[in-house]
Design a protein around this ligand. Structure first.
Ligand code: PLP
Length: 400
C-alpha cells in the first residue's frame, strides 16, 4: 500500500515549503556590497564597467551593457535593433511575458510562434512561416536553459534581413555547438533576477559584438544622451534619440562580480540536481522528463516535467496542489503569452493558435532546482513526486 499524500490526509514529505528557485548569497557577496556602500560612489561607477567586462569575457562577447533588469535589456535591444511602429518580431509563445512586452514597448508587434515538443524552444519551421516583409527581429528564448536552434534561426534571419536577439535569461553558461551563449546572436540578453543563474537583485545585460549597437545601447540606458566634443563646452550634450534611465548601481554590479566567481559551481550543482531527477524519476511512465539535444549543454534554470495525463486519474491542478501540500514549491512555466488577455485583445491572439505550446502548458510542472538545494531537499522532491504519482496513477484494469 503506497503512502497517503498530504492533500488526502497523509503526512507531508517536508515541513517547510521548498521554493522552485532561490538566490544563493554568501558572506563574500555581502562584504563586496558593503564595501561599495561605504564608499563615495554608489550608482553607476567602476564596478558597472568591471561587471560588464567580466560577463562579456565569460560569454565570449566583445561588448556588453548592464541595465536595471532583464526586461530593460530586452527593451534596449529591441529599440537598438530598430523595432518601431509597424515592425514585427517573431517571439515564441512559451516564454515569460517580458520577451513579448519589450517588442510592444518599442511600438512593434510580437508575432508568436509555436515551439518544438522536445526542447520547448521556438520551432524554426514555424518561425519561417511567420516571417513577413515587416519582420525586423527574431527573438528566440533558451527555454529552461537549453539553447535554441541558433544556426537555423540565424540563417532565417539573414535571409529575411532581420536581426536575432536571443533571450538568454535562462541560459547563462550554456553552450551551443561548443560556443557559449552570448557569443552567437546579434544581441543576447541576460537577466540577474534572484531566480536566475547569478543575481544583482534586479538587473540585466545586453551582449553584442557590434560596436554601433554597443554605442546605441549605452545611449539608450542614459536618456539617449551623447556627449559633445571639448569645443562644445564641458557641459554640453545632445539627445538625438529618446532614451531611458535604465542604469544599474555599482553595489548591484559588485554583487554580480562576486556571484560570477561562483557561476561555474552554481551550474555544476544545477546539473547534479537534474541528473538525480533523471536517475530517480526516469522510470515513472506517468511523467516525461526534459530532453537534451546533441551538441548543446543546458544549464537547468528550470527543470520542467510533463504529466502523461492518460496515465493519471487526476488533472494537472490536482497534482500541482498535491505537491504543494507536500511542501514542494512546484511551478508552471509558462502560460503561453498569446493566451494572455492583453495579447488577445490588442493583437488578436487566441486559444488554439499554437498547439504544441498549449499541449505542453496543460501538462507542465516545474520542479525546484537551485544551487542552494541540499541533497535532502532533492530527495524530498523525488519522494514527493513518487508518492503523488503512485497514489494517482491509473491502475491497469486487466484484472491481472
Ligand atoms: C526573467 C526573464 C526575463 C525578464 O528578466 P527580469 O530581469 O525579471 O526583468 C525575460 N525573459 C525571460 C525568458 C525570463 O525568464
Amino acid at each position: 500500500m503506497e503512502a497517503i499524500p498530504a492533500i488526502e490526509g497523509g503526512v507531508p514529505v517536508r515541513e517547510t515549503l521548498l521554493p522552485y528557485g532561490h538566490h544563493l548569497i554568501d558572506d563574500a557577496d555581502i562584504a563586496a556590497v558593503t564595501a561599495v556602500l561605504r564608499g563615495a560612489w554608489i550608482t553607476q561607477g567602476d564596478n558597472v564597467a568591471e561587471f560588464e567586462a567580466a560577463v562579456a569575457d565569460y560569454c565570449g562577447a566583445r561588448y556588453s551593457v548592464a541595465v536595471s533588469s532583464g526586461t530593460a535589456a530586452l527593451h534596449a535591444a529591441c529599440a537598438v535593433a530598430g523595432i518601431g511602429a509597424g515592425d514585427e518580431a517573431v517571439v515564441p509563445t512559451m516564454t515569460f511575458a517580458a520577451t513579448a512586452n519589450a517588442v510592444v514597448y518599442c511600438g512593434g508587434t510580437p508575432i508568436f510562434c509555436d515551439v518544438q515538443p522536445d526542447t520547448l524552444n521556438a520551432d524554426p519551421v514555424d518561425i519561417k512561416r511567420r516571417i513577413t516583409a515587416r519582420t525586423k527581429v527574431l527573438l528566440p528564448v533558451d527555454f529552461a536553459g537549453h539553447p535554441t536552434d541558433l544556426d537555423e534561426i540565424m540563417a532565417l534571419a539573414r535571409q529575411a534581413g532581420a536581426l536575432v536577439i536571443e533571450d538568454a535569461a535562462h541560459s547563462l553558461g550554456a553552450t551551443y555547438h561548443g560556443k557559449r551563449v552570448g557569443s552567437l546572436a546579434d544581441m543576447t540578453v541576460l537577466s540577474f533576477h534572484p531566480v536566475k543563474h547569478i543575481t544583482t537583485g534586479e538587473g540585466g545585460i545586453v551582449l553584442t559584438d557590434n560596436a554601433a549597437y554597443y554605442q546605441r545601447l549605452m545611449e539608450f540606458r542614459h536618456h539617449g544622451i551623447v556627449r559633445g566634443d571639448a569645443d562644445d563646452g564641458g557641459w554640453f550634450y545632445s539627445i538625438e534619440r529618446l532614451g531611458h534611465n535604465f542604469r544599474i548601481t555599482d553595489f548591484q554590479c559588485v554583487l554580480g562580480l562576486s556571484q560570477l566567481r561562483k557561476l561555474d559551481d552554481f551550474i555544476a550543482r544545477r546539473r547534479q540536481i537534474a541528473a538525480r531527477y533523471r536517475d530517480e524519476l526516469g522510470d515513472l511512465a506517468e511523467i516525461t522528463l526534459p530532453r537534451t539535444r546533441a551538441g548543446v549543454s543546458p544549464v537547468y534554470h528550470l527543470f520542467v516535467i510533463q504529466l502523461n495525463r492518460e496515465r493519471l486519474r487526476v488533472d494537472r491542478k490536482r497534482i500541482y496542489d498535491a505537491l504543494r501540500a507536500e511542501n514542494i514549491g512546484v511551478g508552471v512555466h509558462y502560460i503561453p503569452v498569446h493566451r494572455q488577455p492583453y495579447y488577445g485583445r490588442e493583437f488578436g491572439c487566441c486559444e488554439g493558435d499554437h498547439p504544441v505550446a498549449e499541449d505542453y502548458y496543460a501538462r507542465a510542472l516545474t520542479l525546484p532546482v537551485f544551487p542552494a538545494m541540499t541533497d535532502a531537499d532533492v530527495s524530498d522532491v523525488i519522494s514527493a513526486v513518487r508518492k503523488v504519482v503512485a497514489y494517482y496513477r491509473v491502475i491497469g484494469d486487466g484484472g491481472g
